[in-house]
Design a protein around this ligand. Structure first.
Ligand code: PBG
Length: 328
């Protein structure tokens, strides 16, 4: 009781504050999302993600070495697929010499210890920008899962350490686990996008990969028949529990900041590590506000990643990873 307890004693100066600090962010906490494109000498800024780039394979090694030197030891790969290679079934996704597969090899040749995680979903390969195969306007679950298994195996063959299914089809984790086991990839892990919401915060990412969902008439569509409804929380717990039961090594909540209540609940029920994806729209918001002089970029950036970790994230996929690693 006051004055026996004066809480401000533990805030008097930075020395005591750092002594009693509960949450510490380090470069070890981060996954770095990387966008890869075909071509040569390309380092292409994404218009809705200022300061973030798509790289061609020849420029990837320099970037990988820089990340490694900053203590960033994991990357999460996405590819921008040339239009003429897209179809409804995402056939190109399991091409053994496709862009993703070559990107994995390039990174492993550059820094073998760099942990390579790959996005497993059909959207960058789909003419409709959907994560699954489309038939009569419906997203087919089980045929999509089959395609995802072939895709994941080709990533494992190329040297991926973890596959990261972001598609939200039912039953894909058990199918992927079995496919990996049956093909002697027992050491390849699965990071499941377990509680992935149908979020408008993914807009800039879809610009980056030219993967916005449309229907057969090219009319914009959403992903609400497979990604989760933002009004729900129990659904997130159910999805996460099932993914853990099906063999996920790491589960994920996505987006980050607007869903920190879900992050805490998932953390409390999960005995596997919890990843949080601070998504492209979250990045774009801060960049825009900072460009207008409305927010202190670095201070807000650090506060955001600390908040994500404090909410329960064991690891954070973030476009700010490099900037954070340079600052701390
Ligand atoms: C694709 C995928 C998306 C993101 C990660 N993997 C987009 C989507 O589901 O439409 C979003 C990432 C971001 O916004 O940063 N399945």
């Amino acid at each position: 009781m006051y004055p026996l307890r004066r809480n401000r004693r533990l805030r008097l100066n930075e020395s005591v504050r750092s002594l009693v600090r509960e949450t510490i962010v380090t470069p070890n906490d981060f996954l770095v999302p990387l966008f890869v494109v075909e071509g040569k000498g390309i380092k292409d800024e994404i218009p809705s993600m200022p300061g973030y780039y798509r790289y061609s394979l020849d420029l990837l090694p320099a970037e990988i070495k820089e990340l490694w030197s900053l203590g960033l030891k994991s990357v999460l790969l996405f590819v921008k697929v040339p239009e003429h290679l897209k179809d409804n079934k995402g056939t190109e996704a399991s091409n053994p010499s496709g862009l993703m597969q070559r990107a994995i090899q390039t990174i492993k040749q550059t820094v073998p210890e760099m942990l390579v995680m790959t996005d497993v979903a059909l959207d960058p390969y789909s003419i409709y920008g959907h994560d699954g195969i489309v038939e009569n306007g419906q997203i087919l679950n089980d045929p999509t899962v089959e395609a995802l298994c072939a895709m994941a195996l080709s990533h494992a063959h190329a040297g991926a350490d973890f596959i990261a299914p972001s598609d939200m089809m039912d039953g894909r984790i058990i199918s992927l686990r079995e496919a990996l086991e049956d093909n002697s990839f027992e050491n390849v892990g699965i990071m499941a996008y377990s509680a992935k919401y149908a979020s408008a915060f993914y807009g800039p990412f879809r610009d980056a990969l030219d993967s916005a969902p449309v229907d057969a008439q090219n009319i914009p569509k959403d992903k609400k028949t497979y990604q989760m409804d933002c009004h729900n929380r129990l659904e997130a717990l159910r999805e996460t529990r099932m993914d853990i039961e099906e063999g996920a090594d790491i589960v994920m909540v996505k987006p980050g900041l607007p869903y920190l209540d879900i992050v805490r609940e998932v953390k409390n029920m999960s005995e596997v590590p919890v990843a949080v994806y601070q998504v492209s729209g979250e990045y774009a918001m801060l960049k825009a506000a900072a460009a207008n002089g409305w927010l202190d970029h670095d201070a807000v950036m650090l506060e955001q990643v600390v908040s994500i970790k404090r909410a329960g994230a064991d690891l954070i996929a973030s476009y700010f990873a490099k900037e954070v690693a340079k600052l701390i």
